[in-house]
Design a protein around this ligand. Sequence first.
Ligand SMILES: [Zn+2]
Ligand SMILES: [Zn+2]
Length: 399
Amino acid sequence: MQLIDPILQFHTELQQIRRDIHAHPELSFEEHRTSDVVARKLQEWGIPVIRGLGITGGVGIIKNGSSQRAIGLRADIDALPMQEFNTFPHASKNEGKMHACGHDGHTAMLLGAAHYLSQHKEFDGTVYVIFQPAEEGGGGAKRMMDDGLFEQCPVEAVFGMHNWPGAAVGSFGVTSGPMMASSNEFEVVVKGKGAHAAQPHKGIDPIMVAVQIAQSWQTIITRNKSPLDTAVLSITQIHAGSATNVIPDEASLIGTVRGFTTSVVDLLENRMRAIAEHTAAAFDASVEFSFKRNYPPLINHARETAFAVDVMRSIVGDERVDAQVEPTMGAEDFAFMLQAKPGCYVFLGNGDGEHRDMGHGLGPCNLHNPSYDFNDDLLPIGATYWVRLAEAYLKNTSP
Ligand SMILES: [Zn+2]
Ligand SMILES: [Zn+2]
């Protein structure tokens, strides 16, 4: 691996930063301490900082030379509302909050790159290091953009990265085109008529209607969408009733829809609404149907992906870069940035969990698992990738 020597020598400090952030996790739009830590470090290294984009978001500005060209590198900084099972010294000190997605590591890797870039300015233009809040459901990327991110930081392209448990340390995975899914939530409330359970003929049973809707919806996946389009419709909650001898007034179905194109999500929403309304009508019931679009699909741009792949290969070698990695139905709000700017999002292998210190939980080292921990061996690899990407992008020649 062709890692940058001064970054390797900075590993202990990066590990301290990462573990400090891990020990003090903060939820979406509440990342005040984390944001302060990031801003303080950047300023210590002489990097000007814009703060308050998307409430707790911040951007460091590293300039060199006279070129107007600019690149954006983005890390997410938020944690999850869950209890950590690990008991090692840097385990969460904040009850019910945990860095179980490795955003502590993403933050530290980007700080490592910023530190190096501020000291070794081997590029011509501007590198914007973007520290984004609220990736876990809050849409912090969108909030930063709504607050003028790309007006204040006019980047030509923007790049993102996520650690990937199960993939070998030092390996990268990426693909051009759709790489992560659009995520959406729905809720349908079936309104029937309550009755004594021994006299069902005097009511309209909303549970029967809800069951019919639940079953019929799955035919959208098998009968309405093209077999070549990928989509998931999962009902994750069914709520109704409070007694064994009462037919309730209402029943609700709640869940998620995922897909790789906006058109397939449109199709699912329209068919779900039609099936819910017409099924309810057939039973003399009615429905309230709501469908909320969360994150769009994450679509990597071809040119920037090819560019990023070359950079990855130059660092870890051809055999450690999978340029056609299997997409995932998980979602990621970096997708909003890729709708506004060309760019590319990559996975960086986090290993199988052997790196965890004594005192880790008994669960696997998977994202969103209470026994997870970011692998500190990745810090110099991710930071080197960011640096080489920025340097190559901002060479005097066009990328
Ligand atoms: Zn996550
Ligand atoms: Zn994450």
